[in-house]
Design a protein around this ligand. Structure first.
Ligand SMILES: Cc1cc2nc3c(=O)[nH]c(=O)nc-3n(C[C@H](O)[C@H](O)[C@H](O)COP(=O)(O)O)c2cc1C
Length: 371
């Protein structure tokens, strides 16, 4: 019987399914619900020391549905980090840790570009007993107006400096959460590892405009008739997230062996998760999927992943972590491989009807067939 248990950066998880920072980890009550339903770990909604500066609007989500079915395939949000005070969070995180001492609780944190602020929030979070820290260098809307979030994550030099401040004082594992709104995701990943982060999480949301209402001519989500550019998540982003996980995985293998990678973006099933693991992720995180389907989703995800592992005879996650990376190559090599394969088929195959032979008739037919 395969097992989903895994140990990442010394953190022992019953399964690789982690609640991503966002509404599904927005207070102690829902974090407890996530543990009760069986999530492997929880990253709380991003917290900061000055919550009074965080003012949210409504509506703050807009959804893209398929043309032929009602399924939600894309989700844009303009939600900020948590607007609840650090003191309230401190009580709740401590209570959660007291109630679930064996479960992994990760604090997502964000501050302005001031060393004292980052040092203070790291130390205060560690006093609460959190198991790890995730540095939010990636929220693409609202916070960048205060030079926070993706304003830091888009600049590898600033990311490295801030992550170094954190790593100089942190005693628990530190993950840097990266923004996909960059040309080469390898650059911020390297900066995070150079700064001493144990792992990176990717991706946060992709800068987006969900659409324009053709009756009102106003873009969505409309707040008092106006909007702001938001962050895109859900199923539609998975191919982009997979590509970035592949690229970060290559950086880890080539330059930072042993560092960890948490894949995020559009994951809703165990099969989705298997693909992130096959491309090099250690864990996977889910945000919008929980908003669409609820906390119980983790149960079908675990079952689905176990079925995949049984089918292939994999006993542990490490049996297949990164397995499919070997099948990526350059376009030039694809051309070469195809030329070789065609030459091989040509030897057996039919170039013109005079070449049909009675002895290998079945093989010759087979070489011309698909399926
Ligand atoms: C409504 C909403 C709020 C979010 N808030 C945060 C946040 O506070 N901190 C953070 O690091 N990521 C936040 N995210 C990003 C998610 O954690 C995740 O990186 C992204 O949505 C992609 O994953 P998904 O497709 O599973 O949602 C938020 C996403 C959504 C949809």
């Amino acid at each position: 019987m395969p097992t989903l248990e895994t140990t990442v950066d010394g953190l022992r998880l019953p399964n690789p399914f982690v609640i991503a920072s966002g509404p599904p980890g927005t207070n102690g009550n829902v974090i407890g619900k996530a543990f009760d339903e069986g999530w492997g770990a929880v990253v709380c909604k991003t917290i900061s020391l000055e919550a009074e500066k965080v003012v949210n609007v409504q509506p703050r989500y807009a959804r893209l549905r398929g043309r032929k079915s009602d399924e939600i395939i894309g989700w844009e949000n303009i939600e900020l980090i948590s607007d609840r005070s650090f003191e309230v969070w401190a009580e709740e995180l401590k209570a959660v840790k007291d109630k679930y001492p064996e479960r992994v609780l990760i604090a997502s944190i964000m501050e302005e570009y001031r060393q004292e602020a980052w040092v203070e929030i790291v130390q205060r979070c560690e006093e609460l007993g959190v198991d790890a820290l995730e540095l939010n260098f990636s929220c693409p809307h609202g916070l960048p107006e205060r030079k926070m979030g993706s304003a830091m994550g888009e600049d590898p030099a600033i990311l490295e400096e801030v992550a170094s401040w954190v790593n100089a004082v942190a005693t628990v594992p530190v993950w840097a959460k990266l923004t996909p709104n960059v040309t080469h995701i390898e650059d911020p990943a390297r900066a995070a590892f150079r700064a001493g982060c144990e792992g990176v999480s990717a991706i946060n949301t992709i800068r987006s405009v969900l659409g324009v209402n053709l009756d009102t001519l106003r873009p969505e989500p409309t707040v008092e008739g106006y909007t702001t550019v938001g962050g895109y998540s859900s199923r539609a982003v998975m191919p982009i997230a997979l590509r970035m996980v592949l690229e970060i995985g290559q950086v880890i293998r080539d330059e930072f062996a042993g560092r960890s990678l948490s894949g995020i973006g559009g994951i809703e099933t165990g099969s989705d998760a298997a693909q992130f693991l096959l491309l090099g992720a250690d864990t996977v995180q889910v945000c919008t999927g929980v908003m669409k389907y609820g906390y119980r989703l983790v149960q079908s995800m675990c079952e689905d992943l176990l079925v995949f592992m049984e089918k292939h005879g994999f006993e542990t996650l490490s049996d297949f972590k990164g397995h499919s990376v070997q099948y990526f190559t350059t376009h030039a090599e694809l051309v070469q491989r195809q030329a070789e394969a065609r030459a091989e088929v040509g030897k057996r195959g039919i170039q013109d009807d005079a070449q049909w032979r009675g002895d290998d008739f079945v093989d010759q037919s087979d070489a011309l067939a698909r399926g």
